[in-house]
Structure formats: C-alpha cells, structure tokens
Design a protein around this ligand. Sequence first.
Ligand code: NAP
Ligand code: G4F
Length: 333
Amino acid sequence: MAEATKKRALITGITGQDGGHLAALLHEKGYEIFAIIRGQHNPRREATEAEYPYVTLIEADLGDQSSLIRAMQTAKPDEVYNLGAISHVGYSFKDPMLTADITGKGVLNMLEAIRLTDPENKVRFYQASTSEMYGGLDYNRPEKGYTEESAFHPRSPYGVAKLYGYWITKNYRESYDMFAVSGILFNHEGERRGVEFVTRKITNAVARIKLGLQTHIELGDLWPQRDWGYAGDYVEGMWLMLQQDEPKDYVLATGETHSIEEFLTLAFKEIGIDDWKPYVKQNPAFMRPAEVDLLLGDPTKAEKELGWKRKVDFPGLVKLMVEHDLAIESTKV
Ligand code: NAP
Ligand code: G4F
C-alpha cells in the first residue's frame, strides 16, 4: 500500500519557545516541517539545527514580504503557524515601531504571502494571538476569566500590535474565506522559555543561588498576576485549532491566576528556602510604563470543542522549570 503523503507545515518563530515545542509535536505526528530563520548569522541557528534536525530552515524575515513568498514557494505547506514576533512586552515600549512592523504588520505580510502563493485557498493559518490584548484592567474583567467574546484594551505597544494581527487574521477569514484562526493564549512557560521572561528569570536565578553562582535576583513589580500554563500543553491546542472543520478563534488558559510572589515562593521552596525576600531586590528598570494587573482566562470553549485541557498545573510547572535549571546550571559549577 502506498504511504500517505506527509502533511507539510511552515513555522515562523522556530528559535523561540513555542516554535521548539511545536516542531517536536509536529515531528511526532509525522509532518514534514519547514521553518523560517532570520538574520545572516542568527546566534540560535546552530542550537536549532542540533535540536531539530528534521526541520528544514529557510532564510526569511517577517518584515520582508518577498522572503515570505519564497518561503511559501519552497515549503508548499498545508499549515502555517505564525509564532514569530517581537514578543517581550517590556521591550516593546523601547522599540515600539519595530514591534508594530513585525508583531503587527508581519502578520499581514504572512497572510498576503499565503494568498499570493495559494490560489486554491487550501492553506490553513494559525496566528499567535495573546491575552495581552485584554489588558487586565478591573472595568472589563469577567469574574470567571476572559473569553473569546471579551472586550480588548491592550496596555503596551506589543498588545496593540497583536490586536492588529488578531483583526487582520479575522478580516482575511471573512474577506477571502481563508482558514485563518487566532489562538488567544495566556502565558505559557517551561524549560524552553527565554530568560528574559519573569518565570525563567526566577527559576534560573533560584538554581544559580542554590549552587552558589549568584547571590540575588533583581525584579520589577511582584504583584501582577498571570494565568500560567505549560507551553507543551499549549502547542497541542494550536495544532487542534487547525484540524477543525470550521475556522474559529479559541482561548487557551488554565483558569487559575497567580502573582509573581506566589511563583517566587514555590520556586524558592524547591531549593529549601522558605523566605525568598532576602534574595530579591526590586529594580525600577524592570517596571513598565503601563502594567497588566491581572490575567485570567476561561478555556471552556477550547475544552468543549477541541477536547483540549492543560495537563501541567502551577506547582508542577514551577517544579519542572527549577529542576531543569538546576540540571543545566550544575554543569557550570
Ligand atoms: P519567543 O520565544 O520570544 O520567540 C519569538 C520568535 O520570533 C523567535 O523565534 C524570533 O526569532 C522570532 N522573530 C522575531 N523577529 C522576527 C522577524 N523579524 N522575522 C521572523 N521571526 C522573528 O516567543 P514564544 O514565547 O515562543 O511565543 C510564540 C508566539 O506566541 C509569539 O508571537 C508570542 O508573541 C505569542 N504568545 C506567546 C505567549 C507566551 O506566553 N509564550 C502567550 C501568548 C502569545 P529570532 O531568533 O530571529 O529572534
Ligand atoms: O514574563 P513577562 O515578561 O510576561 P508578560 O509580560 O506577561 O508577557 C508574556 O505573556 C504574554 C501573554 O499574556 C505574551 F503575549 C508575551 O509574548 C509574553 O510571552 O512578565 C510577566 C509579569 C509582568 O507583570 C512584568 O511586569 O512579570 C513582571 N515582571 C516583574 N519583574 C517582570 C520582571 N517581567 C520580566 N520580564 N522581567 C522582570 O524582571
């Protein structure tokens, strides 16, 4: 019997956290995987090639539409996962125009590249939308968490750019009948998270403090709350969204919210320290001109329609990340 043709996927953002988890998932599912990589000497290229040898890398940039058209022509994908972005909220205040160009207009560049290379309108498109679009202010925060119907009020150049990406994806679905969807994902973390994000910054510092490599950690505000899940669970949800009969947007979240102080408490407990206060200094450099106070998502629609449910809980997530960082950092002692 002839072997069924492999499905083909094109990923943007392969060198980031979700790109890695997604590549591993699609590989398990038997996909032929292509991914764009930017820069003439991307420092993350070597590690990416070593960790995901089954991914074919194509030089392209979300800011350069012609490169995306070439990537589409090379990959000839059935599914496109647009995970590439300037994704750091704090950084987006420092470089708001680049953020608008890549995180916002980059989505349009990708959608147009698909439209121009896919005359039969067969390609399915996933846009990495975000809970940052809601903004976390009291006045529009539903008690049980934000849903697909909640109002948006972004609080950063990143959130504003992502809102453009969300609406242009919806617009292409409605205008051109494209299978184009947004996953509105709440924070998800794990061993592949960049150290510039607060959870990994903490677990890395906790491991280094335990091993005597560092004395303390400098952080910004500790009271904001986030709905933190595990990235490995969330990429499964992305894939499920593109396997449905109808293109729809979905929230992925845990339905729980925790402060950075709670994250610190659990992380330091993992190394036997009950009082983390002597090890944490506050530094205004890590505070933002406008903060998102509290994020809590309601994943009911994804649970009912996709059969998606997060597996890793909050204490499990913190434990997994501290253990991973202890293993890595202990090789440096
Ligand atoms: P990440 O680790 O910061 O990765 C971002 C990726 O975007 C990197 O691979 C980066 O590649 C790429 N990129 C940046 N500028 C680019 C450009 N001009 N052209 C092409 N690629 C570019 O982000 P993540 O945590 O994996 O998140 C994946 C996506 O989901 C992002 O769009 C993020 O905004 C969104 N999101 C994340 C979360 C979360 O909690 N993680 C929640 C909701 C939504 P380089 O190596 O070239 O820098
Ligand atoms: O870890 P963070 O930088 O994540 P943030 O801002 O919630 O954004 C992440 O999640 C979004 C989904 O809601 C994604 F769309 C986005 O791409 C990204 O993945 O900061 C979390 C909280 C913030 O309140 C921040 O002000 O931690 C606070 N924080 C306190 N000290 C810090 C620090 N954040 C960072 N990165 N570094 C600090 O030293």
